[in-house]
Each structure stands twice: as C-alpha cells, then as structure tokens.
Design a protein around this ligand. Structure first.
Ligand SMILES: C[S@@+](CC[C@H](N)C(=O)[O-])C[C@H]1O[C@@H](n2cnc3c(N)ncnc32)[C@H](O)[C@@H]1O
Length: 442
C-alpha cells in the first residue's frame, strides 16, 4: 500500500469512527511496510485534511452540484485529499495530485472517477481565486470556514478575548507543533543528552523555560531510538512539564496524581523527587495504566504506585494523606488543537458536562491534601469555564484553601503572582494550558 491509500484508510477510520488522528495513525501505521518518506506524506495528508476539513468541503461545494453532505464517503475524502494537495501542499505537483487521486477513485468508486477528475482540474484552472472564502459579511462564519472550526468556538473566543487575539490564536493553532523531550535527570543531564542526540544527527536546542526541556526538529521513529529505549528522555510538551515544575515536590514526599494516564506528569513528579518518596498514580481506564507502567519502567523509576481508581468517587482511605495532589482533569483540549485538530469540530453540547466533572474531581482531590500541602489543578484548555471558574467555585466552597504565588517558572507574569498560569499557543508558542496552585491552610 502506498502513502495516499494509507492516508485514505486512516481518514475513513477517523470519519466513520470518530477516532483521534494520532490514535488512528498509530493503529494503521503499526504493521505497515512503508519507507519514511511515504509515512511522512501519509501523515501530512491525514493531518492536513483533518485540520482543513470545513475549508476543503467549502471548496468542494463551490465546484460540485452534489454537495459534500450527500457524497459517497470515499469520493468525499479523496476529493479533500486531492484539493489539499493542490491548494495547500507545495511539495506535490498538481499533475501528481490529480493522477494519484483519480487512480484511487477508480479503485474504490470507479463511476466517480470522471467527476473527481473534473473537479480537481477545475481547482487547478482557478487556483488563484478558488481558495478564497467569499463570506465577507459574517466574520464568525468567515473564520470558521477559513480555519475549519465549529463556529461556536470562534464566537466564544471573540467574546472572551477579542477579534485580533482570536485570529492570532487561529494562526498559531494552524502551525505544526514542535516535539519536545524531557531529559530523564535520573540517568543523564540535558547537556549530555543534547550531545548524544546531535551525534545521531538530530537537530535539537534547549528550551529556556524548563531546565529539562529540549526541542527536537527531526527525530523520527522515536520508539526505535536507542536513547529513548534506554530511558534517557521522554516525550512531553513544555506546558505539561511546567505543571511538574509548579508543583515542585520535595524529596521523600507523598504525591497523588488522580488523573494520571499516560503518565507524563506522574513520571516527571517522581523524577523531580529523585526516585524517593512515593507517587500514587491513578486513572479510571485500566488499559491506560499499562502506558504509565511502561514509561515508569523505561525511565527507571521505583517510586511510582499505579492504581485503577475513579477520581469522581471519594476515596476515604486517602483523606489527609498526601503532601501534594495533582488534579490534571479531563477537559475540552482547546489548548492542544495543534496536536489534536479534530477538537476543532466538537460541539458545544459535547463539552457541557465538563465543568461539573472537573469540579467534582477537584473537590475530591482536595480532601487528600494534608494541612500545609499543595493542590495543583490543571487543564490543557483555554476556556475560562473549565479553568478559573472551576477554581473560583472551589475556593468559594473551601475556605481552607488559597491560591499561592507561583515562583518556580517565569511564564505568565500577569497572573502567576496570583497563583495561576494561563498559557496560550499564540503567546507562548507551546500548548495552551491552565495551572492553578493552591495550598491547604487549615
Ligand atoms: C489530561 S489527561 C491526564 C494526562 C496525564 N496527567 C499526563 O500528564 O500524562 C486526563 C486523564 O483523566 C482520565 N480520567 C477521566 N475521567 C477520570 C476519572 N473519573 N477518574 C480518573 N481518571 C479519569 C483520563 O483517562 C485521562 O487519562
């Protein structure tokens, strides 16, 4: 199977089963015999089509009598792939885009090959103008079409931030995310790791905000890299690393992470404690606990205890037992659209229940903190109703907790003095996150 056919299969899986792109890619790429170049092209096509779905459908609907909603699914996906290559992917010639697409249509829906051929040739003929979004009198619909978003998200951001901020955010979200490594300081130093990576021809640089963080440019097939297998680093975005830095647990402490899979923050906290004390690492999904275990093993950690537990239920045995508790709650993910572009298509209704779930988890998590202990609440979203509003309501009902200044990092100087960080992709060039640091005062 070649790159485009693989991309078609993955896109079908995403469209029909609502899977996340990264999960669908991992599943379909696993046992496939394809060189790195073809894997690269397939990945580019998958992310490109998912990221630009509404925009591509808008172009198709401009040119086709049969509208996207009524089209055969193979034809629709192949048209999206073809138009993406012609309008948005410079590395592919128009000729190859049309020929390769049409030959796949012939395989999957022969009678539509003439139709697809005609649409793609039309796109090429009108290449200078067809890509324009001609919705001038409705800013929300214009942006929702140009950048492919559910319109409610754009409306919400324009209301909460501003039009200028929103456009800036949409631009930043369209960029490909960087890959960051967290040095395993139990086994090496950042400088040593940089040297080893460079000797393998990997371009890398330090990230000033977090002293374990390294940015890498061309690290492919990470799981087969020997330095990775030897546990010298793990993959984690800088914003996630900041959570560990903000908690800053002392050696020999008792730490509880109530929503911990796949274990990025748990393993960071355990490392920051230098393999002393204990991190109890919980998640509701058993299959995800295996991921934590494998990272714990790979990094050589011996201070992590993994447990299956539902954070929405109060665990009476854990009350007042922990020096530090992390509630890194399930959230809408609107800060990590660069990594998971399908989040752009979530409906408002799908996210409605999240603040209640988050409040409940935070409430339970707070009960496990000792007097004088620290409670961290974090999300990978930029929505106030899942962030500051949750924390405010919690503080209104729990006057034994207070927000405390965050001195461990310099990220959001406007807010960190007041005990929280708001991180935005367009301002900080890392995942959008919210982190609040609370202390139990009595
Ligand atoms: C934001 S992710 C956590 C990421 C993790 N802290 C890390 O750094 O790798 C949220 C996690 O909460 C888990 N989760 C969702 N509902 C839960 C519940 N009721 N109890 C415990 N975990 C839950 C999900 O399985 C998911 O892994």
């Amino acid at each position: 199977m070649k790159a485009r056919e693989l991309a078609l299969k993955v896109l079908l899986d995403i469209e029909e089963n609502g899977n996340y792109s990264n999960i669908a890619i991992n599943k379909h790429f696993k046992n496939i015999n394809l060189n790195n170049q073809d894997r690269g092209l397939a990945t580019e096509l998958i992310y490109g089509v998912v990221e630009n779905k509404y925009y591509l459908d808008y172009i198709i609907d401009k040119l086709s009598k049969i509208k996207c909603k009524k089209m055969n699914i193979y034809v629709k996906i192949l048209l999206r792939m073809g138009i993406y290559q012609i309008l948005l992917l410079n590395s592919i010639s128009d000729y190859a885009a049309v020929n390769e697409t049409v030959s796949l249509v012939k395989k999957y829906d022969k009678r539509s090959s003439g139709f697809v051929n005609a649409i793609l040739r039309n796109v090429i003929r009108q290449k200078d103008t067809i890509g324009e979004v001609d919705i001038k009198d409705d800013k929300i619909m214009y942006l929702a079409t140009k950048y492919s978003y559910s319109p409610w998200m754009i409306k919400n951001w324009i209301n909460n931030f501003s039009e200028e901020f929103t456009e800036d955010l949409l631009e930043a979200n369209s960029e490909r995310p960087s890959v960051y490594l967290r040095t395993n300081t139990l086994k090496t130093t950042r400088d040593e790791l940089l040297e080893k990576l460079r000797s393998e021809g990997i371009e890398c640089s330090v990230v000033p905000i977090v002293d374990e963080a390294i940015r890498v440019e061309n690290l492919k097939n990470i799981e087969n890299n020997q330095l990775f297998k030897d546990g010298l680093f793990t993959i984690q975005d800088v914003s996630s690393m900041i959570v560990g830095k903000v908690m800053n647990p002392k050696e020999n402490s008792q730490v509880l992470d109530v929503c911990s899979a796949p274990g990025g923050k748990t393993t960071h906290l355990a490392t920051l404690m230098n393999n002393t004390g204990k991190v109890v690492s919980r998640d509701i999904f058993d299959h995800k606990l295996k991921l934590i275990q494998s990272t714990v093993n790979r990094l050589g950690l011996t201070n992590v205890e993994i447990e299956s537990f539902d954070a929405s239920i109060l665990d009476k045995n854990s009350i007042d037992k922990f020096d530090y508790v992390l509630a890194d709650v399930p959230c809408s993910g609107l800060g990590i659209i660069r990594r998971k572009p399908e989040i752009k298509y979530k409906s408002k209704g799908e996210l409605k229940e999240l603040p209640n779930i988050q409040k409940n988890i935070l409430d339970n998590a707070s009960k496990y903190v000792k007097i004088g202990g620290t409670l961290i609440y974090s999300t990978c979203t930029i929505q106030d109703n899942e962030n500051m509003e949750v924390v405010k309501e919690f503080l209104d009902n729990n006057n034994n907790f207070k927000l405390v200044p965050i001195n461990e990092v310099k990220v959001d100087l406007d807010n960190q003095e007041n005990g929280y960080l708001k991180i935005y992709p367009n301002i900080h060039d890392i995942d959008g996150f919210f982190i609040a640091k609370l202390e139990r005062v009595r």
